[in-house]
Write a protein of this length. Structure first.
Length: 148
């Protein structure tokens, strides 16, 4: 895999960071996505974006706040992302039972391991903000690219 890929399956966190300017990794993620010739999303990634964007927030006092985007705004933003030249939709085309348990340490890693598996199956680098995912990758033929 090249040091900076020209194509990648995007993790939910990369899409979130590239869209929302208040995200600490916004500039890096946006620059990375814009530098790609081709990027991929899956139903899992798209659903994760919608869930995050429409989830109600809490302020510093723990009081409920409106979500970042209304339902229609989130769906329109997702359409905008997926209509960009260079986007390709990739099916979630493997069962979770195909996953190995390589270095899995808890329930929060199922989706990470699954998306990494999909990327490997299609021989596409998987771009994430999570460096901890390296433990799920195969060190002999790594597919993970950590956006910094």
């Amino acid at each position: 895999m090249p040091s900076i890929p020209t194509e990648a399956l995007l993790d939910v966190n990369v899409i979130i960071a590239s869209v929302f300017a208040d995200h600490v990794m916004h500039r890096s993620a946006r620059h990375f996505v814009e530098s790609l010739d081709r990027f991929y999303t899956t139903p899992t990634v798209q659903g994760g974006f919608l869930r995050f964007a429409t989830r109600p927030l809490k302020n510093q006092h723990g009081e409920q706040q409106p979500p970042r985007l209304a339902m229609d705004e989130a769906l329109n933003k997702l359409r905008e992302i997926t209509e960009v030249a260079g986007h390709t939709f990739l099916k979630d085309d493997a069962p979770f039972t195909d996953l190995g348990l390589r270095s899995m340490q808890g329930h929060r890693q199922w989706t990470d391991a699954y998306l990494l598996h999909i990327a490997r199956k299609h021989n596409i680098p998987f771009a994430s903000l999570e460096s901890r995912m390296r433990t799920l990758d195969d060190p002999k033929t790594p597919m993970l690219f950590v956006v910094k």
